[in-house]
Design a protein around this ligand. Structure first.
Ligand code: MLT
Length: 300
């Protein structure tokens, strides 16, 4: 197999996974492409290309129609970075509930002040928060990430509700015993204090969290989006943040609509940016390419 890599995809270099395979700089010379987040939509896909493997779950940076026309098989690595994303989602819920960011900024601004400890006792009221225990968490999408978030949230004492039209009650029960399986997503909007979305970006899911959904939500709801920004009508969310209906919007996809908006906690797409997740994705992507190019097997 001759492969090319459009952007760095493993923390320690790809060589440990690709031993015996030749790396080429040009896509024209390659049988397969490995890619992480680089957008491939404007690239000319050469005739000799057999496969593209995305080291990650979402495939919206890959021109699926163009690949299908040319018979190029596209792979992704579902689940390989789920733990990294799950940990950041939990951190997002905590950041939305405890004013860790405000407190840290305050302590920084007091650097060098001799009576910082005394001042802290006076100031800390400003940074008081709330706890996750006993709060209702709604998870939209019970795939690899959604289920892992559910399991940790239960350990934190949250009351977990899950919605996924593609998973049976039995399967949801087996994967995460405590999840209450909700059949109508509107009931998630009506019931939950925290709502996190973990679905792929499809025509049917684009702007799924929109004004109508927000209208159904409780006052002071926290919305978390670690899946794709286009799943949420962010203009509607910003309006709801300004009106005070939404308490916090935590999102792993920065853009001009939300960056800098008060009560929006915006993170620069760090969900899977851990050494472990990067290496798991890179390893799985290479294995998928080998299975296909050597044995004709298609996995993921
Ligand atoms: C994914 O699609 O797997 C995540 O967004 C992580 C990433 O793209 O780096």
């Amino acid at each position: 197999m001759k492969y090319t890599c459009l952007n760095p995809i493993a923390s320690v270099g790809l060589d440990q996974f690709t031993e015996g395979y030749e790396k080429t700089e040009k896509m024209e010379d390659a049988d397969a492409v490995l890619v992480r987040s680089a957008a491939m939509h404007d690239l000319e896909l050469p005739d000799g290309l057999y496969a593209v493997a995305r080291a990650g779950a979402g495939v919206n940076n890959i021109p699926l129609d163009k690949c299908a026309e040319k018979g190029i098989v596209v792979f992704n690595t579902p689940g390989a970075n789920a733990n990294g994303v799950k940990e950041l989602v939990i951190a997002g819920m905590l950041l939305a509930s405890r004013d860790i960011i405000g407190g840290v900024e305050w302590a920084k601004s007091e650097a060098g002040s001799e009576d910082i400890a005394k001042k802290a006792e006076k100031e800390k009221k400003k940074f008081a928060g709330c706890e996750l225990m006993g709060k209702k968490l709604g998870i939209i999408g019970l795939g690899a990430i959604g289920i892992q978030v559910a399991n940790v949230a239960e350990c934190l004492g949250m009351d977990v509700y899950g919605y996924d039209p593609y998973i049976s009650v039995d399967a949801a029960w087996k994967l995460s015993k405590g999840v209450k399986h909700i059949k109508d997503v509107d009931d998630i909007y009506r019931t939950c204090d925290y709502i996190t979305i973990h679905v792929p970006l499809l025509d049917s899911t684009r702007k799924m969290i929109n004004q109508d959904a927000i209208d159904l939500m409780k006052e002071n709801v926290v919305i978390l989006n670690f899946a794709r920004d286009m799943l949420v009508d962010e203009e509607a969310v910003v309006k709801a943040l300004k009106e005070g209906k939404v308490k916090k919007y935590v999102c792993d996809f920065p853009n001009t609509t939300t960056a800098g908006v008060e009560n929006a906690i915006i993170i620069p797409h760090l969900g899977a940016s851990t050494a472990e997740s990067e290496d798991n994705c890179a390893k799985m992507a290479v294995q998928e390419l080998m299975e296909y190019l050597e044995k004709g097997n298609i996995i993921n």
